[in-house]
Each structure stands twice: as C-alpha cells, then as structure tokens.
Design a binder for this molecule. Structure first.
Ligand code: BGP
Length: 477
C-alpha cells in the first residue's frame, strides 16, 4: 500500500493542565474552576445543570484535580516516556491561574512562568514540539466569582494580557498554539467552557452566546498578537466535532440533522476560520430570543484574526431525528441524539464510529480548505493490571487502529491532515466523571478513585503498539 501519512506528520498525545498537573496550590498558582469541581457522579450533574455554588466542600467531596497525576513534579519522567514512544508533538495547556493567579492582576507570577519554561525545555531536549492550548476549562476562579466568567466583556482584556505574556515569554519555544478548547461545547456546558453556571435554562442560550462572542473576539486578538510576537507561529481553533446523521431518509429529519450540525459543528468554526458570523445565525438567534451585544470593531477584529489551522476532538458521531420519544432521549451519548443501531458504545455510552472520523475530516476540509489536526481521540476504559504487572489493553489498540485507518483514508481522499494527538496519552483525571478509573493512556498511572495509589507509571501494551505506529509513520498498525 502506498504511504498515506505525509512526512513530518505530527504524531503525539494530548493532556490538559487541570487534569494532570496537580500542584494546585504550588508555585503561587491561584484556584481555577477545575479546583472546585468534585470527583464522582456529581460532577456530570454539576457541569450540565444550572446553579452551581463554587465553594469547596472538603467534608463531602474529593477533588481529584488537586493532585492530578502530579505531572507538576514528575514531568521529566513523563516526557521521557513520551519520547520513548517517539512523540513528535505533545499537547498540553497552560493553566491561566499559574500565570495570573486571580486572572486580573497586572503582573504575572514568575514561578508559574518558570514552570512551563522547564517543561518546554524538557520537551525540546527530547525533540518534541509543544502544542499549547491557552484555555482548557481552567478559568481562574476569581474571574468566575467576581466577574461572572466570560459573560463579562472584561475577560477579553484579561485574556489579552495573559496571551501577550505567554507569547512573549515562550516565543522561542512554542510555535503551535490553540485558543479555546472545544469552544463549541460551551452552550451545552457553559460552566467549563465559559466559566459560569447559568441561573436557569431560560438564560442559558443568551448568556452562552454572549460569552462565546467575547471568546471569538479574544481568540481573534490572540491570533493577531501571536503572529506579531512569534513570526511563523501556527495558531488554531479547537472544536468538539461530531458528524450529525439523520436517523432515516425522512426529509424533515435530514433537515433537522443539518440544522443541528450547523449550529453545533460549524457555527464557531465559521467565525474563527472564515472570520464572520454564518448566514444561519440570524434566524437561530431570532427564534431563540438571543440578542448579542457586539461592540464597534469586534467584527473587524474577528475578520482579521482568523486561524491558521483547525484542530478538533473526535470521540463520537451523533444520530438524531426531529421528534423523539422520551425513551429515545438520553441514552448516554455525551453530545445527545438517539441510539445508532449500527454502532457499539464504550462503557460510558460514547458511540464508537471510526468511519465518522473520515466523515468529519472530509466535512471540515470540504468546508474550510485549511490544514486539520486531530488533537483528541481515544477510548476511555477500565484497565486491569495483571499479576505480572502487564496491562493488556487490546480494546484500546483496536479502537485506535480503526480510527487511524480512517485517517489514512481521509488523507487519500485529499484531506490535508497534519497531526494526531490522542487524548490522555498518560492516564489522567476524566473531565466528565472527575475520576481516574476512566482511563485513556498508553501509560498507566497507579491512582484510584478513592485517592489511593502510588502514582507509579507503567507501560501498557498500547504503549509498544503506538511506538511502532509512530516509527513506521502509520504503516504498521
Ligand atoms: C474532551 C475534553 C478533555 C477530555 C476528553 C475526554 O471533551 O477536552 O478535557 O477529558 O473530552 O472526556 P472524559 O474525560 O470525560 O472522558
């Protein structure tokens, strides 16, 4: 078979500061949203329902993000393991509250800046390119409590100060940047994306779209500033992408699926990639009573700050129809829809659809004609450590093999795909469950939901498999 993956393809893995760093009060770091999110079942409720109280209740809950997997102290060991797998790129985020502990200070925290210097230096020592997300569900808590999160326009200014600071500091160390993680997930879960818990379902959409508008301006400014400070930098948007399938050929359902895809998959991308609000926004806003406060100059900024490439997470597709019976709703697929009879699901109900990834790649490339990078994909699963210490995660290998094959097909289709960083390349705290037991890694971390564990790292079977995938540039699967 002809070589599918281009030379220089960016193979690697992805993480986020709040889910793996730990050291939540060290080095002058301020609290951020993830620090007040409890672990366990209550987490999903909190992030999807209105009315969250931000006080930490240590008597009732555990807070797994406080310790994470202690990358803060173990980064050298972890990066050496990534290097052993042959990573070309490593996706991580900077915790805003390490740099500006409250988010609204004028001067940055030197200790926080120095920590990321050490991490970037270590990556470069091993020939690994950092890919840095500026905001991955880590809004400083002070900005949430005092300003109401991204609903407040003030955050645009604070974010600008933060990005100027990190671009200036790391201009010789980081070339690839992403602005807001899964920006289009914000209307579903405003708490994690936009740093506010809606007062009610009635206010959710109005406040979320206003918060998103502020993020579009902030993201566009970041692109402009990044290009000025770091010549040759590549700054991308980051979407959570799920192709929407109509349940059947009933034209009403086909139209419904199309509209859902427009508002979920394309709304943010159209603004960040094409630089303008899409044609379908007007009717959607009218029908949902959304009125945006758009200030003078905002639309010009958005136009001038379009991204260089598009990155996205891919975990599942969504199947839907216009009229659903109560039994059809809420079968566990995180992003909604109804059950697809052709697909199996993970133990958390996330439907597994490798062909959907090829569809996603073609849809995105067909619409935007910009380089694409898959910056999250993977299988959350319970892993078992055998008596001899081995972890035989064949299910994970199968999942990834099937998805990587479809990436190869998409490249053959003509899609310009430049990289792949699988999610949680080392086990970390799950975002939706706030637990350790939903594992994604090639590297096992001995840490458990009750807080026990030595934090020892172990190579899983998939570690050796992925190493071969990378060294053969995707030929050996
Ligand atoms: C994405 C987030 C990540 C990550 C991943 C897996 O939505 O960007 O932060 O956690 O999903 O989700 P989970 O951890 O809930 O399985």
């Amino acid at each position: 078979m002809a070589k599918q993956f281009p030379e220089g393809f960016l193979w690697g893995g992805a993480t986020a500061a709040n889910q793996f760093e730990g050291g939540y009060k060290e080095g002058g770091k301020g609290l951020n949203l993830a620090d007040v999110l409890p672990g366990g079942k209550v987490r999903l409720q909190i992030i999807s329902q209105p009315g969250f109280n931000y006080e930490i209740d240590h008597t009732k809950y555990t807070y797994p993000n406080h310790e994470g997997i202690d990358f803060y102290h173990r980064y050298k060991e972890d990066i050496a393991l990534f290097a052993e797998m042959g990573f070309k790129v490593f996706r991580m985020s900077i915790a805003w509250s390490r740099i500006f502990p409250n988010g609204d200070e004028l001067e940055p925290n030197e200790e926080g800046l120095a920590f990321y210097d050490r991490v970037f230096d270590e990556l470069h020592k091993h020939g690994i390119e950092p890919l840095v997300t500026l905001a991955h569900y880590e809004t400083p808590l002070h900005l949430i409590k005092e300003y109401g999160g991204w609903r407040n326009r003030k955050l645009v200014e604070f974010f600008e100060r933060y990005v100027r600071t990190v671009f200036t500091r790391y201009k010789d160390k980081v070339k690839y940047w992403l602005t807001f993680n899964e920006i289009n997930g914000a209307t579903h879960m405003p708490l994690i994306g936009l740093g506010f818990s809606p007062e009610s379902e009635e206010t959710r959409l109005q406040d979320s779209f206003q918060g998103l508008h502020h993020q579009f301006v902030a993201s566009a400014q970041a692109v402009k500033i990044g290009h000025e400070i770091i010549p040759g930098s590549q700054i991308g948007c980051m979407l959570i992408y799920a192709p929407v399938y109509s349940f059947d050929s009933n034209p009403d359902n086909v139209m419904y699926a199309r509209q859902e895809a427009d508002i979920f998959n394309f709304f943010c991308g159209d603004i960040q990639v094409r630089g303008e609000y899409p044609y379908f926004a007007k009717r959607y806003f009218k029908e949902n009573n959304i009125e945006l406060d758009i200030r003078e100059g905002d639309l010009e900024t958005i136009k001038e700050g379009t991204v260089d490439f598009i990155s996205f997470s891919y975990y599942m597709s969504r199947t839907d129809k216009k009229e659903k019976t109560p039994e059809e709703v809420g079968v566990g697929n995180l992003i909604g829809g109804i059950k697809n009879p052709f697909l199996k699901a993970s133990e958390w109900g996330w439907e597994i659809d490798p062909v959907g990834l090829r569809i996603a790649l073609n849809e995105l490339y067909g619409r935007y004609q910009k380089p694409l990078m898959i910056v999250e994909n993977g299988l959350g699963a319970y892993d078992k450590v055998e008596e001899d210490g081995s972890i035989n995660d064949d299910y994970r290998i199968e999942y990834m093999r099937d998805h990587i094959k479809q990436m190869g097909e998409a490249i053959e289709d003509g899609v310009d795909l430049i990289g792949y960083t699988s999610w949680g390349c080392i086990d970390l705290v799950s975002m939706s469950t706030g637990q350790y037991s939903k594992r994604y890694g090639f590297i096992y971390v001995d840490k458990h939901d009750d807080g026990s564990g030595t934090l020892e790292r172990k190579r899983k079977k998939s570690f050796f498999w992925y190493k071969d995938v990378i060294s053969s540039n995707g030929e050996v699967l």
